[in-house]
Unconditional design. Structure first.
Length: 484
């Protein structure tokens, strides 16, 4: 290879590639509805189409883009498809794509203020914008991570330090410490257990508290569990309350939990990864009831505030507590730290950090608070509309009144009961409905278990999903149930 061929792509060639890519992105978004939502290939089908070894010589961008069209796109579950109705929907928007494109060529490391002042200061600003939007007091400051699972791990690391001081320096072993306990609902996300594993607290020390008939944590049971653990010589460390549970988007009684945590001197973490964004909607301000009692709160704008994956904000009351646990400046970075300024590497295990704030800034300026609220209201409207359709078909029943953009329901038709005469058979049919629809490529749903029973779950969130798409999805469900 000659020296003349080294370096980057020539500017004019790069400009053409950018234009080709812009056309490809615009075409993809415009035509996405024509694609299958999910592939029907068996595992390994994508690998079989790819070379076993990396190329020795350079390949053209045109060839790469052709392979994206022919291999990658057909092998994807298209989370941005308007008929993708699983999980929590998705928040891919045109401004979000533009924000990602803007971020890529800048390619900075936002680890300290000095390594990129704009990245650090913009992160501080957009974190504060979100704080104001959801009604958090200025006692809370935040930091951007990739996901809520990483956020809760950092929050619980601070809780661990307060429950067992000097753990940062000495660890947990050979100190004659009581076992630490974390409490959360039986409906809460598994991230609490993963954090406990990573922090050395142990998976078995995450205590799952029963939920009530609305799938909210039972506060009396929580209080009893904490009291029993204290009597048995165990150390309550933290409670994780959920605002928008994974299965039903239920909201725990945060104020009651917060009062109990204050009384017991236990850290309160609020997992508002999904539900937190809805606190912007005036009719849903009740969601933030009790937030002022929290020690930490996590909100995922990539779920409900229209920022592309990944973008999760952890807020901590007195953020200095987080910095004290994680600040560790090696000698080779001392020249790049400015003590008077915020160095975000001090607030977590990551040293290298992406410039995530830029895409949030682009999106939130493009939509404005009013635009975000209007889109969240539309998700709520569609969820309630689907619930009305379900109530009109006596073969189905709502599992719980819809919360925000999530609807859980169950096929209970006479045909299902008559076939095998058992609830287990009804469970099988509900699971089969979801699997058949997903395999068809016409829509994508998820299923979950509530009180041990299988239910169909729909999550709204995609700005491309309209009433017509939802109606089509419901008709597919009815048709599939009838065929079974």
């Amino acid at each position: 290879m000659s020296s003349s061929s080294l370096g980057d792509t020539p500017p004019e060639e790069f400009r053409k590639q950018l234009h080709d890519l812009a056309d490809w992105i615009a075409d993809f978004r415009e035509q996405i509805e024509q694609l299958r939502v999910a592939p029907d290939d068996k595992p390994g089908a994508i690998r079989e189409q790819l070379p076993k070894r990396a190329p020795e010589e350079a390949e053209s961008f045109e060839k790469i883009l052709t392979d994206v069209d022919h291999i990658i796109v057909p092998g994807m579950v298209h989370w941005s498809h308007p008929m993708f109705l699983g999980y929590f929907g998705w928040t891919s928007t045109a401004p979000g794509i533009l924000g990602e494109i803007l971020t890529a060529p800048l390619n900075v490391n936002a680890m300290t203020w000095r390594t990129c002042p704009a990245a650090t200061e913009l992160e501080t600003v957009v974190i504060d914008w979100l704080r104001q939007w959801v009604g958090l007091s200025d006692e809370f400051e935040g930091v951007v991570y990739d996901t809520a699972s990483v956020g809760i791990m950092h929050a619980l690391a601070v809780a661990r330090e307060e429950a067992a001081p000097a753990t940062r320096k000495l660890g947990l072993t050979d100190r004659d410490l009581p076992r630490l306990r974390i409490y959360t609902s039986d409906q809460a996300h598994s991230s609490a257990e993963k954090a406990a594993i990573a922090l050395g607290v142990g998976e078995e020390n995450v205590i799952r508290i029963p939920s009530d008939n609305q799938f909210r944590i039972d506060v009396n049971s929580l209080g009893q569990s904490i009291a029993e653990d204290r009597q048995n010589g165990l150390q309550p460390m933290a409670v994780v309350a959920t605002v928008g549970t994974t299965s039903t988007a239920s909201v725990d009684p945060v104020r009651d939990i917060g009062n109990l945590c204050r009384q017991e001197k236990v850290w309160l973490h609020i997992d508002a990864a999904y539900g937190g964004g809805f606190a912007m909607v005036p009719e849903y301000e009740w969601i933030r009831n009790g937030w002022e009692l929290a020690d930490s709160i996590v909100i995922n704008p990539h779920k409900t505030v229209f920022v592309p994956l990944d973008f999760s904000v952890l807020y901590v009351r007195d953020l200095e507590r987080l910095r004290r646990v994680f600040s560790l400046v090696p000698e080779y970075l001392r020249g790049d730290t400015v003590e008077a300024e915020k160095n975000y590497m001090d607030y977590g295990i990551q040293l290298g950090r992406r410039f995530r704030a830029l895409k949030a800034w682009v999106i939130w300026r493009s939509l404005g608070r009013a635009g975000v609220v209007a889109r969240l209201r539309e998700q709520i409207r569609l969820a309630n509309l689907l619930a009305d359709w379900i109530k009109k078909d006596d073969r189905f029943e709502l599992s719980v009144q819809p919360s925000m953009g999530v609807v859980c329901f169950r096929f209970v038709g006479a045909a299902a009961r008559g076939r095998a005469g058992s609830i287990d058979r009804i469970d099988e049919i509900n699971s089969d409905i979801v699997e058949r629809i997903n395999a068809s490529g016409r829509a994508y749903l998820t299923q979950t278990k509530l009180r041990g029973r299988t239910v169909i779950r729909i999550g709204l969130g995609n700005v491309l999903t309209t009433k017509e798409h939802l109606r089509k999805g419901w008709e597919i469900i009815e048709e599939t149930a009838s065929n079974l």
